[in-house]
Design a protein around this ligand. Structure first.
Ligand code: GLN
Ligand code: ZN
Length: 765
């Protein structure tokens, strides 16, 4: 019989209960006892959802109060000494590593947190020492949670981060130079002890995640799998059987590693992202090994296409036999919202197209039955086919006008009228900017007053006229401050924007919005991505009203502010029925019209933000990555190239690591790029000279995440460092990013010093 399995379930609960509990605990409003009880309540509720859905293999230890990699840091006693020496309660030490701790005389910053593969989830990086040791924590969490489930009547399969991935995803602590993978010998005995303890507690099977198998791996990391998994296999009946899980990519390029897994029970692969790896993977499996087929998408919210999934599962069954195939989610469901049942405002037609985590657990169970005993789920299969058909045929999905316009896009539309030098000559004339022009990245403080008025407007408590008048007042205020600061290019401050993607999505055809579909981004922070359901178009201008008003009351050039096509796409749930490049081009065309409209309304500096461009980079080098960069860059160019030479196009990125895709950044052909740089070494800017980058750059001169106000001297220091790498006529002076999370006093204080420093350099040259 084919079994069904879920690789992990979201942790937050129906109403972001975990976020609320954690934050209440951090704020001293909830006791540790109540916090832990809430964690337990959520775990039990999530196991029950999966059991009720009919899932055969239910995960445990997928729950984490902050992050599952951080759980393993504590599990292996790998917390750096600066945390352990504080003698905090385990849970406080844990949170201290996740988010820093500044209380009761203790002051430690958090460990580094980085993106989990190409998702929007962030994990805490194992941070290791030259003399690192490991030991199994007392009362190990995977065992404790396995027993907790068992006691409540749920048989579960514990999920562990694999030993090789744990190390390879880590780094040496500052002051240490250890290559993490060389610590494997020390980690293996602890891992073995853990597996024995799980088996002793009754766990027959575990899921060991080795997601790094989808990366390009160094020979050293590849070689680590063999000793690790031989030791695990050598446990025999003293340990549980093991399914090694990979996701977010294919493993075909790492097939030379697979012999290392010959002693494990089976392999899980992501067949949503890479269905084409099925056949080659089937050929690689040992004679008794099982395949866990990830066919239900853990990264998106669309209803599974049962017919398509069944075809994949049947292929596997034909090659292996029923009892060697498991139907599974492609990855953990961590990246999907809790339940569709919470959505009361979605259009009925669209509601039917979606499946969130809770609904996906039912999908794996149905699929497992569908291949064993189709008659038992015939109604479900029919209903699914009908939904898939309705979506494919819906007028909401297909807009012939959009398709027609896409068919007519020409290569010339991606190009500005003239090369940069000629453009710049005109911009100089037109905008009359000084050397070292100063500007900001767009947003000013989103005060509670702004949120209150926006809420009132959303609820219909104030009229559109009243809300508009309020926004104009906010813009007036932002302009007055910029006058006082004597900045050179102004912004309107974005008071009308709730979020940089949602704001545009709400003004475009082709998008829908949820009310409860939160997904964990890191720790207690969640995001609620809008959903692209159909062809995208712009029924009317989206930002012209505010920008035009701002320009009319400003004596300096006003910068229009848009979110770029790639960022709109990446920070939404995209469609899966058309390629992302097609969706991105649709967004680009909508934005192109906006850019041209802004220009027609007297906005001659236009910034198109693309902070998400980099995170979309496919995980491996090579053709897939090049193809992505091609369409991503083309979309940006299509969105921005419709203007006259005298109009200046800016773009903004929230990072400074361009080294590995510099050619793409250069290909954007933006007149001015603002990037984050204040926390990095100015040396990173060297790539701009090395590559003879001709256009203008504003590397952020101060960190907007901190309330600190840097002094004029610090700004001067920073700017002179930058001038070692950039030409004076090339350098803009601006903060790292938007200022929406700061207070006005902080903004005024820091920008005043920044302007002073810019003026100082202006006099020097
Ligand atoms: N213009 C946006 C702002 O200032 C840019 C935000 C971002 O890059 N994340 O808020
Ligand atoms: Zn930014």
């Amino acid at each position: 019989m084919v079994k069904s399995s879920v690789l992990g379930f979201p942790r937050m609960g129906v109403l972001r209960d975990l976020k609320k509990a954690n934050e209440a605990y951090w704020g001293g409003k909830l006791s540790q006892f109540d916090l832990l009880a809430e964690g337990k309540r959520l775990r039990l509720a999530h196991w029950k959802i999966q059991k009720d859905a009919g899932v055969d293999i239910i995960p445990s230890n997928d729950f984490a109060h902050y992050d599952h990699v951080l759980d393993h840091i504590q599990l292996f006693s790998a917390a750096p000494e600066r945390y352990t020496s504080q003698k905090l309660d385990p849970i406080d030490e844990y949170f201290a590593m996740g988010r820093g701790h500044q209380k009761g005389g203790v002051d430690v910053p958090a460990l580094e947190m980085v993106k989990w593969f190409d998702s929007n989830y962030h994990y805490v990086k194992p941070t290791l020492q030259d003399n690192q040791t490991f030991a199994l924590a007392k009362d190990p969490k995977p065992v404790r949670e396995y027993l907790e489930a068992k006691e409540a009547g749920f048989e579960t399969r514990p999920v562990l981060v694999g030993p090789v991935s744990f190390l390879a995803l880590g780094k040496a602590d500052r002051g240490s130079s250890v290559n993490p993978i060389t610590l494997l010998d020390k980690l293996i005995p602890v891992y073995i002890e853990l597996l024995k303890a799980l088996k002793a507690a009754g766990a027959e099977s575990v899921q060991i995640d080795e997601p790094i198998l989808v990366f390009d791996l160094s020979a050293e990391v590849k070689a680590a799998f063999k000793p690790a998994y031989e030791a695990i296999a050598a446990l025999g009946s003293a340990g549980p059987s093991v399914v090694v899980a990979t996701y977010f990519g294919d493993i075909v390029h790492n097939f030379d590693v697979l012999p290392a897994f010959s002693g494990v029970q089976g392999i899980h692969v992501d067949l949503v992202r890479n269905p084409e790896q099925l056949e080659p993977v089937l050929k690689q499996l040992g004679p008794k090994q099982i395949l866990s087929a990830g066919v239900v998408d853990g990264r998106n919210i669309w209803k599974n296409n049962f017919a398509k999934s069944i075809e994949l599962i049947q292929t596997a069954i034909k090659a292996l036999s029923e009892d060697r195939v498991i139907v599974a989610t492609s990855s953990s469901l961590l990246h999907t919202p809790h339940t569709l049942a919470s959505e009361k405002k979605l259009p009925a037609e669209v509601y039917n197209w979606f499946s969130f985590a809770t609904e996906k657990t039912k999908e794996v169970a149905i699929l497992a039955k569908a291949v064993t005993n189709p008659g038992s789920v015939s109604a479900e299969l029919e209903a699914n086919a009908a939904v898939i058909k309705s979506r494919a045929e819906s007028t909401r999905t297909n807009d012939p006008k959009v398709k027609e316009r896409q068919a007519q896009v020409t290569p010339e539309q991606h190009l500005r009228k003239s090369p940069f030098d000629a453009r710049y000559a005109q911009q100089k004339e037109h905008l009359k900017l000084p050397l070292f022009p100063t500007t900001t990245i767009g947003s000013f403080p989103q005060t509670s007053e702004i949120r209150i008025q926006r809420n009132k407007f959303t609820k219909g408590e104030i009229t559109e006229e009243e809300y508009d008048a309020f926004i104009r007042k906010e813009i007036d205020f932002a302009i007055k401050i910029q006058d006082e600061l004597d900045l050179d290019v102004y912004v309107h401050g974005e008071p009308e924007r709730n979020d940089m993607v949602q704001y545009f999505g709400e003004r475009l055809e082709g998008y829908v919005f949820t009310t409860h579909a939160w997904v964990q981004s890191y720790g207690s922070r969640c995001v609620r991505p809008p959903i692209i359901v159909g062809d995208i178009s712009r029924p009317k201008p989206m930002t012209v009203k505010e920008s035009k008003y701002a320009a009319s009351v400003s004596k300096k050039p006003m910068k229009g502010m848009l979110t770029g096509p790639v960022t709109c796409l990446r920070w939404s749930f995209p469609r899966v029925d058309v390629h992302q490049s097609v969706q991105c081009q649709q967004l680009a065309l909508a934005l192109r019209d906006e850019v041209v409209d802004l220009e027609a309304n007297g906005i001659f500096v236009i910034q198109v933000d693309e902070p998400a461009l980099r995170e979309g980079l496919p995980l491996r080098k090579g053709s897939e990555r090049e193809a992505y960069l091609q369409w991503a860059v083309d979309s940006f160019k299509l969105a921005t190239a419709g203007v006259e030479d005298s109009t200046q196009i800016h773009s903004h990125f929230c990072y400074s690591e361009f080294q590995d895709f510099f050619h793409a950044i250069a290909a954007l052909d933006a007149d001015v790029l603002s990037i984050e740089n204040s926390k990095s070494d100015a040396k990173l800017l060297k790539v701009f000279i090395d590559e003879s980058y001709p256009r203008h750059i504003g590397p952020g001169v101060y960190d907007i995440h901190s309330p600190r106000i840097p002094s004029e001297a610090e700004f001067k220091q920073r700017i002179s460092e930058m001038l070692e790498f950039l030409r004076p006529d090339q350098l803009w002076i601006n903060p790292d990013c938007g200022l929406k999370t700061r207070k006005w006093d902080e903004v005024k204080g820091a920008l005043a010093e920044m302007v002073k420093a810019a003026k100082y350099f202006r006099e020097q040259y």
